[in-house]
Design a binder for this molecule. Structure first.
Ligand code: NG1
Ligand code: ZN
Length: 534
């Protein structure tokens, strides 16, 4: 009855089909109210299903334009919503009447055996987009309709909300993750960081492009917890008030896709050869690093250190520490088809490597199969997971030498420094800073691990992207029939080349990725494949 009443305010906009995909639901912010209301209903049911544990809802569209928005559900361990619930989300947000909506929820309750008498607890947060307040209001009304207990987390980075959920649900247990407050988050990260860099003061300043998003606010808070004697940071693109500034010519996605500095940064005072920089995305769950080999005005000066390079740096470092510590655990790495071929080759010589389809949930689950699972998408979204057994071994191993003791201590602090719930720009930034500081490396030394193969990512607009069906972790097309054979034929004409085609999970397009051993041949290959697709 309550749902029927509340539904009147949240009819589905006509002529639109929403999908709960790799990044939850994402589209123009001004047509998302009905989806937010309905996702709130489902989140309350999810909490009930999990025995009243806290679950989360995050309103953000990450690296997308400011006018876009989205909503993602967070499960009780601080991870993405269990995938078997995603189809119910899609059905609920597409229901055309209160009756249809209630039928979807009834079906969910029955199939998933949800006990409606269990109380629900849901926390919600949002990024800096102008449509957030209106969408959060819809979330609040949905939760009220379900009689859920709610916690308003307010402005948060996506990984902070994941942290809060995990910390709340593990409070007072042997797996306690930290104090379940925003301050608790900074406290946990900064204490671990201080231990790891003790006696190694920073030699240089890190420039951070905050994408004019929530990361600017979070970084400012983090700086209150880490003194300058331990971390020197210069935050740029921190304007969260000016309309249209978010992700505009800046941010991790812009830098990775265009393989260049944020727009206009080359003119900024103090940006010069040798500078180490990084960029967050709009909700601060991604990070890419880069540095300047020469004058900032010259395009060739720019060198990208993307998610693959971060994964290689982290996997190598952890592998060394584990060996030095004498703990019987294995480090593994998870990538997607977008990983640069050179990075895969480099990693495979050192650790076991798995390839999964795009989307963090796939990588996350694959990484759980390793004792220490390093996972990163090339675009900079990733983290490292330590299995419970691995954590236990690290804590219980008695060191056989001072060097082993030091390695064990480092591993213990790294477990705290890394946000294991999801990719986290702030935590990943601290991790990279720790590793560089420990090795006394500059970016050039980090970069020298391997040379990226020249690569290109293109968007192709097609009539129906759902006609494109893939297999083998998205590396091969099975539909439209015959297209893969044509792609293979074209790729074979180029030296050390690779290309694949897949439908985007977040935009209405098909993506073409191409890599070629010879830089001069890359455009011809990428455009050739795009032509086959269009
Ligand atoms: P789609 O639109 O499915 O390619 C993009 C990114 C993913 C992931 C999601 C979620 C690329 C090529 N794709 O997915 O890696 O981050 O967004 O944000 O970068
Ligand atoms: Zn993001």
């Amino acid at each position: 009855m309550l749902i029927e009443e509340a539904y009147k305010e949240y009819p589905k906009p006509e002529g639109i089909k929403f999908t709960y995909g790799t990044a939850g639901i994402r589209t123009k912010g001004d047509i998302l109210q009905s989806s937010c209301f309905r996702m709130a209903l489902i989140s309350a049911l999810r909490s009930k299903k999990l025995g009243g544990k806290m679950v989360g809802v995050m309103v953000t569209a990450s690296h997308n334009l400011e006018e876009d928005n989205g909503i993602k559900a967070i499960d009780s361990r601080g991870e993405m919503l269990e995938s078997s619930w995603e189809p119910y989300c899609t059905e609920a947000v597409n229901a055309n009447s209160a009756k249809e909506l209630i039928a979807v929820l009834d079906q969910l309750v029955k199939t998933c055996k949800v006990d409606l008498s269990v109380p629900a607890l849901v926390i919600y947060g949002h990024d800096t987009r102008p449509t957030c307040p209106m969408l959060v209001k819809a979330v609040v009304e949905g939760l009220a309709t379900m009689g859920a207990t709610v916690i308003d987390a307010g402005l948060k980075t996506t990984p902070q909300l994941h942290y809060l959920v995990r910390a709340h649900n593990t409070q007072g247990t042997p797996d306690a993750y930290g104090e379940p407050t925003e301050m608790g988050y900074y406290d946990k990260l900064s204490k671990a960081f201080a231990k790891l860099v003790a006696g190694k003061p920073p030699k240089t300043t890190l420039v951070v492009d905050c994408a004019n998003g929530v990361g600017a606010y979070a970084l400012m808070q983090l700086q209150q917890h880490i003194p300058e004697s331990l971390l020197k940071v210069r935050a740029l693109r921190t304007d969260i008030k000016t309309r249209g500034a978010l992700n505009d010519g800046c941010g991790a996605d812009y830098v990775k896709t265009n393989q260049r500095l944020p727009l206009g940064l080359e003119k900024e005072k103090g940006i010069e050869a040798g500078q180490r920089l990084c960029s967050y995305d709009g909700d601060a769950d991604r990070i890419v690093y880069y540095y300047l080999r020469g004058p900032p005005q010259q395009k060739e000066s720019f060198r990208l250190l993307d998610g693959d390079k971060i994964a290689s740096l982290a996997a190598d470092h952890l592998n060394d520490l584990v060996k030095r510590a004498g703990v019987a655990i294995e480090v593994g790495c998870v990538q997607t088809a977008y990983a640069n071929g050179s990075s895969t080759k480099y990693l495979e010589q050192r650790v076991p490597v798995t390839c999964t389809p795009t989307g963090v949930k796939h990588l996350h689950h694959a990484a759980e199969r390793y004792d220490v699972g390093v996972y990163f998408e090339a675009n900079g979204h990733g983290t490292i997971l330590f299995s419970s057994e691995a954590q236990q071994k690290i804590h219980e191993t008695s060191p056989s030498s001072p060097a082993a003791e030091d390695a064990l201590e480092q591993l213990k602090s790294l477990i705290d420094l890394i946000n294991q719930t999801v990719g986290d720009a702030l935590s990943d930034m601290l991790l990279v800073e720790v590793i560089l500081r420990t090795k006394d490396w500059d970016c050039q030394e980090w970069d020298s691990a391997y040379e990226d193969l020249p690569n290109k990512l293109l968007k192709v607009n097609v009539k129906d992207r759902f006609m494109f069906v893939t297999e083998d972790a998205e590396r091969k097309l099975v539909k439209p029939e015959g297209l893969q054979a044509k792609i293979d034929e074209l790729v074979a004409k180029y030296k050390d080349a690779r290309s694949f085609v897949r439908p985007s999970g977040t935009e209405d397009c098909v993506r073409v990725y191409a890599e070629a051993g010879v830089a001069g041949e890359l455009n011809s290959l990428a455009n050739g494949v795009a032509k086959l697709v269009a």
